[in-house]
Design a protein around this ligand. Structure first.
Ligand SMILES: [Mg+2]
Length: 397
């Protein structure tokens, strides 16, 4: 049980000056209660707003039933059901948001310091303070606590802002990933575009150069596609490319494989860790997949349906060589397939590629030699110029 207004030793000075602070006094000593009330009254605190509890259990009941109206606790540390800082801990754990002033007969300074370190607003030793000091202690405790609450409020706002920013950043990241994905997808066929093809080709070239493993490339071209557009119209041409793309995209299943629209009616496959034999096998599957579509193409001189020409090339990448060589090799094979009648697969032979490289290198060296020879002739001509200027005496016999 707790009672109110147990004793009133002096009246407040005036109604206007009364300080209405909801104080819970936790004190089991009647004399101490009277003394505190007298001092508070002298400082014009309204005793009607004061509640008294004689034990920790009564104090906890009071705090629960007060509905957060208690603004300050003055706590004795020697109570029937708790002693020392245990009393403080029990009250504090129940109402951490209410400022607590310790009012104790214990003059042990270490206890006072520890109480303040644990969050008590102040430590008053019984009989060692007057009304003025008590009033000031209460005022400072309330002010500090108000500042603490404001800081807590700002901290919560800051946390909310931080959480909102993190959420925004996450959404931005998702949006960026979606945009990045969109930037690498061909709008018409919904397979990867040329930009993605170039990125992956260079990345795989560098990776497989380190692994000393083959990288294969298949270039495909829809045969007589201009004639298809001229015959069936561009919307039908677009639909044709979409169907071809969907059919050939299903051929490769490994995560590192990539199929892209290289440009116009041309498609390209990047096949890491695949040799020429494996790539040629895949090229046959691609060609067969398009044949199974059975798309009519009456304007084709190759057949009566849409067909593909394919060029296959394979190399073991080297860090000092550009992957453009692989693209050019596959392109040459594709050109050969077209030249030999289309609707077929041709491979770029490694021996042929080596020969082409050697011829290019020899051609380059020959050009350099010719240039050197030309400079030498010019130098010789300049050195002979003074001699030419001199008149040569005509010999007469
Ligand atoms: Mg006591």
């Amino acid at each position: 049980m707790f009672d109110k207004n147990v004793a009133l030793l002096s009246e407040p000075a005036s109604g206007d000056a009364e300080k209405h602070v909801q104080i819970l006094m936790v004190e089991d000593d009647y004399q101490d209660v009277q003394l505190l009330k007298a001092l508070l009254s002298q400082q014009e605190y309204c005793l009607d707003a004061m509640t008294h509890a004689q034990s920790i259990s009564e104090a906890l009941d009071c705090l629960r039933s007060s509905g957060d109206s208690i603004e300050l606790v003055i706590l004795d540390l020697s109570l029937p059901d708790a002693q020392g800082l245990d009393a403080y801990h029990k009250i504090c754990s129940s109402c951490s948001e209410v400022p607590i002033i310790i009012h104790s007969g214990n003059i042990d300074e270490s206890i006072a310091i520890e109480a303040v370190q644990r969050g008590a607003q102040d430590y008053l030793v019984k009989g060692k303070f007057d009304g003025h000091l008590l009033g000031r202690t209460i005022r400072y405790a309330l002010e500090r606590h108000q500042q603490y609450l404001e800081l807590q409020s700002e901290k919560l706002k800051l946390q909310a802002i931080t959480a909102a920013l993190q959420h925004s950043n996450q959404q931005l990241e998702v949006t960026n990933q979606a945009l990045e994905q969109l930037a690498t997808i061909d709008e018409l066929t919904q397979i990867y575009n040329r930009r993605r093809f170039d990125e992956v080709l260079w990345a795989e070239w560098r990776r497989l150069a380190r692994e000393d493993s083959p990288l294969s490339l298949i270039m495909c071209d829809v045969d007589h596609f201009k004639a298809y557009n001229d015959t069936y119209g561009h919307p039908a041409g677009d639909a044709c490319l979409q169907q071809v793309a969907a059919a050939i995209a299903n051929i490769v299943q490994r995560p590192a494989d990539l199929v892209a629209r290289y440009g116009g009616e041309e498609f390209a496959f990047i096949l890491p860790n695949t040799d020429l034999k494996g790539a040629t096998h895949i090229a046959k599957d691609i060609q067969a997949a398009v044949q199974r579509l059975n798309l009519p193409h009456l304007a084709s001189s190759t057949g009566d349906q849409v067909t593909l020409s394919l060029g296959v090339a394979s190399m073991i990448p080297h860090q000092d060589v550009s992957p453009v060589q692989l693209v050019e090799a596959a392109d040459r094979a594709l050109y050969t397939a077209k030249r030999l009648g289309r609707n077929q697969t041709q491979v770029s032979l490694p021996d042929l590629e080596s020969a082409i490289t050697e011829v290019r290198q020899a051609s380059h060296k020959a050009k350099e030699f010719c240039q050197t020879l030309k400079h030498a002739r010019s130098s010789l001509a300049r050195s002979l110029e003074p001699a030419k200027q001199q008149r040569v005496p005509q010999l007469r016999w």
